[in-house]
Design a binder for this molecule. Structure first.
Ligand code: GLA
Length: 729
């Protein structure tokens, strides 16, 4: 069992293979955090200090005259507000009497085999051989609120998950004004905070900066996890690099708004927290009702940022993604969006599919424009009725024709939206989120359906099934193309709960679709990577990484994404040049090399490529098939940081170290060019590796320490792909 209770010292310890996490229930029933870091035996309550900080750090009443006891300086597991701690609280509750003070004290705990689950929410899953659970119950006896803290421990890969459930056990309604799923207090340390910021078509840029006094926070007020900040944070010691040093990560398993914060406090202590976005959040709980916070997945690594990424990749691939495709190589697809946008008919699709089949592509995805009167992006969202006139026949007929070519068939849908110019809106204007008497804010000229109302989710479910049942649809691209504003539900509910209930509605619909179509692959999307989060990965094992298909920009976008999310999750396509988002032209080889670092596909009009390009394309698909299992399941290494080196490089290494695929793209071109050298990672130093193209042999040590030479090529953004196999010791 990975979880121990030391009754004498009232200490709870979670052990993973390489880490230890420890807490103490103190004499007043306060749950204090003691330690999270490399595995340690014994108790660490000697770290707690009690100095009189004068009257400005309050003392709880039970401490009597002991002015040295203050929640303001003690490290805590689940800090609340009003008990003398003036740092950010993990929970703020307001009573009908109008007070906020919440005093949560230990009541009981239980330890059991297996991993807890969260009803209606995505969560890491693991069976009783793989994981253990600790539940700690805290209570406020005046407010009559119970908080159940959940800890899931996956020992083997140093994963600890957290969540919390608040239960109103009193006789009056309360309002949850803030709820974090996890809080980590550090008594000291010199850390940098790493976060991933961005915008539409340029998501998850890498930022690393030292923590200063005050607080650093990221979040989303958009109702989705957002392009702007990914719901993940890493704390790394100043000296930590890709390969060495210590770092902590927190990832939110949630697709709605969030807030994550790191603060450096008065005594140089650090608090790191993650949870619901507080703005526009005021969740009512009637007597007996409860609210469960989404899960946070934490990990700690002494093997640098690569070690931390490997833990998260493994956890998300094996214990979060589900379904038939979780570990399977995904079909190479062609998507109609950048090929045709809205301008297609059944014949054009069939011609595209014919060319695709001849190249070895395995699936045609019919993107936006197949339903209602949808010939541009101003109308018809909500009208999930096939436009048979445009397709030149029924959907069933089209699917049969595509299948007849030996291709699978996929469809795009945007279930959460409603256009004002739609049959649905004309029939149900109150189904959109909008405030009575106010003109709503439009985004892409569309409004958002009120998914916090079950009857609306039910209706959309029926409509989608009505389409999907017309033929064998093997793939669904689930899009969501605006941020949420005008948060007002016309259903009978308080508005402070709408944003969270909306996300629960999205999860409910996804769960129902997965149940009904277990073999269908769903790819998440939100204007590209606007909802690229661990919550979606529970339902959609791959997510369209960005609307930006420019290979050079993608190197940075995919670099940032790789810190937390596995390669198997990264939707990545080859598109036409000049690129539609940047106007840049790079070679077909480079576009394919970058797209191969993800779930590979194409998004261009195959009628517009030359014979020579068509030949190259066939070879790319053949190569991809050869490498796909290694790409998808190998250990991913970032070999350079494309922000400060003139080359982007990464590799996939099989878990036993016997196979390596390395890819690189030179990002700068100059006269009399410098040579780029790349050091490989994760090989066996004492083994001999053969370059399968040239037959040249290298020792593992040479590849890792002396490195590999990337020959200078007379072109912009040249790419390099090497494949090595271990041939002996
Ligand atoms: C979003 C997606 C694109 C495409 C369009 C269709 O922008 O990210 O890939 O599906 O919608 O409208």
């Amino acid at each position: 069992m990975a979880i121990h209770f030391d009754e004498k010292n009232q200490i709870l310890t979670l052990h993973t293979k390489r880490t230890t996490y420890q807490m103490k229930i103190d004499a007043y029933g306060m749950l204090l955090h003691l330690y999270y870091g490399p595995r340690c035996e014994g108790t660490m309550d000697y770290l707690l200090t009690y100095y009189d900080r004068s009257g400005f750090s309050g003392n709880i009443y039970d401490a009597g005259n002991n002015r040295g006891y203050s929640m303001d300086s003690l490290p805590q597991e689940f800090p609340s507000c009003g008990n003398g701690d003036f740092r950010s609280a993990a929970v703020i509750i307001k009573t009908l009497d109008g007070f906020f003070n919440c005093d949560l004290r230990y009541s009981e705990h239980k330890i059991y085999k297996g991993k807890y689950g969260l009803t209606g929410l995505p969560a890491v899953y693991a069976d009783s051989r793989e994981a253990d659970t600790l539940e700690i119950v805290l209570k406020d006896e005046v407010m009559k609120v119970k908080a159940v803290l959940y800890y899931g421990v996956i020992e083997e890969k140093d994963i600890i998950t957290r969540s919390v459930k608040l239960i109103n056990e009193g006789g009056q309604k309360i309002y949850v004004e803030k709820l974090d799923s996890a809080c980590l207090d550090f008594l000291y340390g010199n850390y940098d905070v790493i976060s991933f910021y961005g915008r539409h078509a340029m998501e998850r840029n890498f930022q690393r900066m030292p923590i200063g006094h005050g607080s650093f926070s990221i979040g989303s007020r958009r109702g989705t996890s957002s392009h702007q900040y990914n719901p993940a944070l890493i704390l790394a010691e100043h000296e930590t690099t890709e390969d060495f040093g210590t770092c902590y990560g927190m990832v939110y398993v949630y697709s709605g708004g969030f807030k994550a914060e790191v603060s450096l406090e008065q005594y140089d202590q650090i608090r790191m927290m993650m949870g619901f976005q507080e703005d526009m959040f005021s969740y009512p709980l009637e007597p007996g009702e409860s609210l469960t916070a989404p899960e946070v997945v934490m990990s700690y690594s002494t093997a640098g940022l690569a070690g931390l990424s490997h833990n998260f990749h493994w956890c998300f691939r094996n214990h979060l993604c589900r379904g038939k495709y979780k570990n399977a190589v995904r079909p190479v697809l062609i998507n109609s969006w950048e090929a045709f946008y809205f301008d297609f008919d059944g014949d054009a699709l069939y011609e595209l599919a014919k060319k695709a089949a001849a190249s070895g592509i395995e699936m045609l995805v019919l993107d936006d424009g197949w339903f209602g009167q949808r010939n541009d992006d101003n109308c018809a969202l909500g009208d999930w009725v096939v436009n048979e006139k445009k397709l030149g026949g029924t959907l069933q007929k089209l699917i049969e024709k595509i299948h007849g070519l030996g291709l699978k068939f996929g469809l795009w849908i945007e279930p959460e939206m409603i256009s004002e110019d739609s049959e649905l809106y004309r029939a149900h204007p109150d189904w959109a989120l909008r405030i009575p008497g106010k003109k709503p804010v439009r985004g892409r000229n569309q409004l958002v359906l009120d998914f916090s109302r079950k009857e609306i989710v039910d209706y959309i479910y029926e409509k989608i099934c009505g389409v999907l049942d017309q033929g064998q649809v093997e793939y669904l691209k689930w899009d969501m193309n605006r941020s949420i504003t005008d948060v007002y539900s016309h259903g009978p509910k308080e508005q402070g709960r709408v944003l969270h209930d909306y996300v629960l509605g999205v999860y409910d619909l996804l769960e129902r679709l997965i149940g009904r179509y277990p073999d269908m692959l769903i790819e998440g999307c939100s204007g590209g990577g606007g909802r690229f989060d661990a919550g979606m990965l529970y339902y959609t094992p791959q997510i369209w990484c960005s609307d930006n298909t420019d290979a050079v920009d993608r190197i940075r976008i995919q670099y940032g994404t790789s810190f937390v999310y596995p390669i198997s999750a990264v939707g990545s396509h080859v598109s036409i040049v000049p690129n539609h988002q940047t106007g840049r032209s790079v070679s077909l080889e480079t576009r394919a090399a970058v797209a191969m670092a993800g779930t590979f596909g194409y998004e261009l009009d195959l009628n517009k490529i030359t014979e020579d390009e068509a030949r190259k394309l066939r070879n790319q698909i053949r190569d991809y098939h050869r490498f796909a299992p290694l790409i998808q399941n190998g250990l991913y290494y970032r070999l350079t940081n494309p922000y400060d080196r003139a080359v982007g490089a990464w590799s996939f290494v099989s878990e036993d170290g016997s196979e390596v695929m390395m890819e690189a793209v030179a990002l700068e071109t100059h006269g009399n060019m410098n040579v780029n050298y790349i050091r490989l990672k994760g090989l066996d130093e004492n083994s001999v590796y053969e370059d399968m193209q040239s037959g040249r042999r290298y020792s593992g040590a040479a590849l890792m320490h002396a490195g590999l030479v990337l020959p200078v090529k007379m072109e912009e953004y040249p790419s390099y792909i090497y494949y090595f196999r271990r041939v002996g010791a």
